[in-house]
Structure formats: C-alpha cells, structure tokens
Design a protein around this ligand. Structure first.
Ligand code: SAH
Ligand code: TMP
Ligand code: ZN
Length: 411
C-alpha cells in the first residue's frame, strides 16, 4: 500500500481490535484536493468500521495529514451561515464560561472566523496547520500557530501563554487520528475550571439522514455522545452538556470539563445517550441497514441523472463541497453530466474537482446563464440558499434544484 496511508487495527477511542466493517465507498482521492488542471491523483480506500467494544464509528484507513492539510481549500468564512453560527457561538462561550482576563485557544481555527468574533478583552490563539488558511486568519488579526495540535503543542502553548479557560475545536476532532494525543494536549493546557467545547457532525444525524457523503478521508471519527464520554473518562474528564444544532446537517456541541471541576451532566447528556442506544448504534444492524440505504441512494441518483440527461438540458453542481466530491466519486458523476460546479470560495474557482474533474466556476456564471438543473451539493445550506433573492429568481424562471440527500428529490 501507498506510503501516504496507514491501516488501523485498533479503535481510536478504546484501543480494542474488534472493528466491524460495514461500509465500503471504494477508493477515491481526498475530498478537498481540488486540482489546478485535470490530472491523475492518488486514491485511497474509504471504509467505515464500528468498534464492537465502545461503539465508536471510524475509518479503517488514515491518510497522511500533511497530504490532507498542508495546503487547504476550505475557508470557513466562505459560507455566510457559518459566519453567523460562529458569531453566536463566541457570545455563548463568553457568557457562559469567560470571566476577567480570559484566554481562549482554538484547534483547527482555519481562517480565524470564530476567534475574530470574541471581544477585545479575550486573549485568543488559533492552531491551524494549513499555512495558506492560517495566513488569512493573521490578516484578520488573529494570532495563529501553524501546527497540528497534539500533546507537545498543548504543552508549548501552556508554557508560553498560560492555561486556557476555554479550548474550542469545531469540525476538527474527527480529523485527528491520535485522539489520545489530542486529549493529553487538552489536559495539559486546560485550566482547572476550564472547558473544552467541541462541535462535530452527529452520528445520529449522519446515519438517520443517510448522510454518507460526510464520510471522507479527513473525517476519521464519527462521534456519538457516548464516544465522547468514553474518551473523556480516560482523562478524568466528563461530558457536562450537549446541544444539538442544525448546522452541517446536524451537529452536536459537546462541553467537556475535568471531573474535579464538579459539574454534573445535564439532562440532555442522558437523553442523547438513551437516544443513541434506542437507535441501535451499539449493534451491527443499524450500520448494515445504513449501508443498504447508501447503496440504494446511489442507484436512485444514477437513474435520475440518466433520465435528466436524455433531454437537451444543462445540469450543474451547486457548492464545491468536500461532501459533494464524495457523492460524485461514489456515484461516478463527472463532466459528461455536470457542466461545472459553482462556489463562492475564490481559492476553489478555476480548479477541477478531485477524482471527477468537474470544473469549479464563480457563481456569476450561474446567474448570467442559468442552467435547467442545479444539484445541491451544499445541501447543508439548503434553507439559506433557497432564501437568496437570486436563487428565488432562478426557480421562478423555471430552474430546478436537485436535492441528493437524504433522498433524491427535485425541488
Ligand atoms: N473550525 C473550522 C474549520 C474546520 S475544517 C470550522 O468549523 O469551520 C478542519 C480544519 O482543521 C482545517 O482548517 C484543518 O487544516 C485543521 N486541522 C486538521 N488537523 C488538525 C490538527 N491536528 N490540529 C489543528 N487543526 C487541524
Ligand atoms: P461546507 O459544506 O463544507 O461548509 O462547504 C460549503 C462550500 O459551499 C464552500 O466551498 C462554500 C460553498 N458555498 C457556496 O458556494 N454558496 C453558498 O451559498 C454557500 C452557503 C456555500
Ligand atoms: Zn472502541
């Protein structure tokens, strides 16, 4: 096998070797590896397994993080709904946890969109390995270390800046292969009454809503509340609260503190634990059924495109999302079907999608010469996109959106 990928034989949370494989999406290139020109790219296996001891869902393979995050094309601030989400998020953390002279560290701080929302009295530091993205954060005035967070970086930050009152990590904990190294770093850096706040896509939403396109090489873990409980307890910490949110198709915000801080878990923590067990996420069957639905979805998507293509119509992709690239690769949809994918991120415009080589264009192309169909690859922003004035005009003029997830639909 390639030197750029390793196979896991043990669970990332509990170290068990009892990993049950339930979904194989085939080989494909990394979902954010947009290309300057259509050319060959290394593909890696994409196989999901569940640990039969602690029920943590994860990928069998780990692609070298330097390859995935050395240069990165995802800028959080490119999606307006996420900027709004992070604005409210900063206020919530400030109100609930920060006092005088607070210090906040963010892991995977990307272009600084969250940290820049904190008021001036809050000291902030970002940790972001993608140099091109970290540069954008610095331009926003957010001090950023270009590093992969782990136990050593946690210790260095504590020595140079002091302990953190809050450590934030959004849509990044699933990206980290060594979860014990992450937690050791958090343990070293976190103040005694401090909080570690994590947002991740919620396994319950991923499975219940057929979101197989959330599964890609960057996402090594698919968390339940129970996964976090199991991880936290190994570091004398506990999950003290959880909030369910609609961003990215269903996310949980998990609040973790030291057991010694003395907070007891809220009712929501217990309720979600109960829900996860009621849905059978501690057994094989729920995952086998999910895999069947994924297979049927591919058939549905392929049939719909075959039908649409028989007419003299133009079909485009809306949103050059990582998840969209999983869907296109898994369903084998390329430039013979999609004329282009439009995206608001300048760094993606003019590139070609990984694997399928669909050109990525700026949104103006779409507005100036509207196609008949737009496949909503950014289905997680469905409501915000459909509310836009220009998209309302597109539909009024007869254009239609194809929604691939949770089930194929034309809207
Ligand atoms: N937190 C942002 C970005 C999520 S994308 C948001 O929610 O929108 C994941 C980010 O984590 C990328 O910018 C990636 O470069 C970064 N990342 C990946 N591995 C990391 C690690 N070990 N430590 C810190 N950041 C990491
Ligand atoms: P995400 O689903 O991983 O957040 O990626 C969203 C991508 O979609 C990102 O590249 C920005 C793009 N996008 C648009 O092109 N138009 C939009 O209206 C929104 C919300 C996002
Ligand atoms: Zn396990």
């Amino acid at each position: 096998m390639s030197a750029n990928v390793t196979v896991r034989h043990r669970c990332r949370v509990c170290d068990s070797h009892r990993l049950y494989s339930f979904l194989d999406l085939g080989e494909m290139p990394p979902a954010n590896a947009f290309l300057d020109k259509p050319s060959g790219q290394e593909s890696f296996p994409l196989e999901a397994v569940v640990c039969e001891d602690c029920d943590h869902v994860q990928l069998r393979h780990t692609v070298d993080p330097e390859l995935l995050f050395g240069e990165y094309h995802y800028f959080s601030s490119a999606s307006a709904p996420m900027s709004e989400h992070f604005d409210a998020y900063a206020d919530a953390v400030d109100d609930r946890y920060l006092d005088t002279d607070p210090f906040v560290v963010e892991i995977g701080s990307n272009d600084g969109v969250l940290l820049s929302q904190f008021p001036d009295r809050v000291g902030v530091l970002g940790v972001e390995p993608a140099a091109n993205v970290a540069e954008a954060a610095r331009e926003r005035g957010v001090e950023t270390l270009v590093e992969f967070f782990g136990s050593d970086v946690g210790a260095r930050i504590r020595d140079n800046y002091g302990r953190a009152d809050a450590i934030l990590a959004n849509n990044v904990v699933g990206h980290i292969d060594d979860l014990h190294g992450l937690m050791t770093g958090v343990d070293t850096l976190l103040a005694s009454q401090g909080v570690f706040v994590v947002e991740v896509p919620y396994l319950v939403d991923t499975v219940a809503n057929n979101q197989f396109d959330q599964i890609y090489h960057e996402h090594l873990s698919y968390f339940s509340v129970r996964s976090f409980q199991r991880l936290a307890e190994q570091f004398d910490m506990r999950v003290v609260d959880v909030e369910r949110q609609s961003v990215h198709g269903g996310t949980i915000r998990v609040h973790i503190q030291r057991q010694a801080a003395g907070r007891s878990p809220t009712r929501m923590v217990r309720d979600l634990e109960t829900l996860e067990l009621a849905l059978g996420l501690d057994g094989r069957e729920a995952y086998d059924e999910f895999a069947h639905r994924v297979d049927r979805t591919r058939t549905g998507i392929t049939k719909l495109f075959d039908r649409l293509k028989t007419g003299d119509v133009t079909i485009v992709g809306y949103g050059a999302t990582a998840k969209g690239n999983v869907l296109l690769n898994y369903c084998d949809i390329g430039p013979e079907t999609l004329a282009y994918i439009l995206d608001t991120t300048p760094a993606k415009q003019g590139t070609y999608s990984p694997g399928m080589h669909v050109p990525v264009r700026e949104p103006a192309v779409f507005y100036e010469d509207p196609p008949e169909y737009a496949v909503l690859l950014a289905w997680n922003y469905r409501d915000a996109i459909l509310r836009n004035e220009a998209e309302r005009e597109f539909r009024k003029a007869g254009g239609q959106f194809v929604l691939p997830i949770p089930a194929v639909d034309i809207i």
